[in-house]
Ligand binder design. Structure first.
Ligand code: ZN
Length: 94
């Protein structure tokens, strides 16, 4: 009786591990081309491409607490669909 219980537990654990593996595969498959939103797939826009209203929204995003305004305007990109903000690597800043 107890042996059957253990077998059931093992089967449940195996199924849980398989599910976790699927989730991990999903997150590692994150190879979208640069310039597209990782969340919704819309094209990211640089500050200069945003309209006046869109700039107002971008200014209020939480990232404004972590980056200066000038840094964001020069380097960041925004998705105007879900407002994901992409911080670009601070390399090659001429
Ligand atoms: Zn998006």
């Amino acid at each position: 009786m107890s042996a059957r219980d253990v077998e059931g537990d093992a089967r449940t654990a195996t199924r849980a591990a398989a599910t976790t593996g699927d989730v991990m595969n999903d997150t590692t498959r994150d190879v979208r081309p640069a310039g597209f939103c990782p969340r919704c797939g819309a094209r990211l826009r640089a500050w200069g491409e945003l309209g006046g209203d869109e700039r107002e929204v971008a200014r209020r995003l939480p990232a404004s607490a972590d980056f200066t305004r000038g840094e964001r305007e020069r380097r960041h990109r925004w998705c105007t669909r879900c407002w994901h903000e992409e911080a670009r690597a601070p390399s090659r800043d001429a």
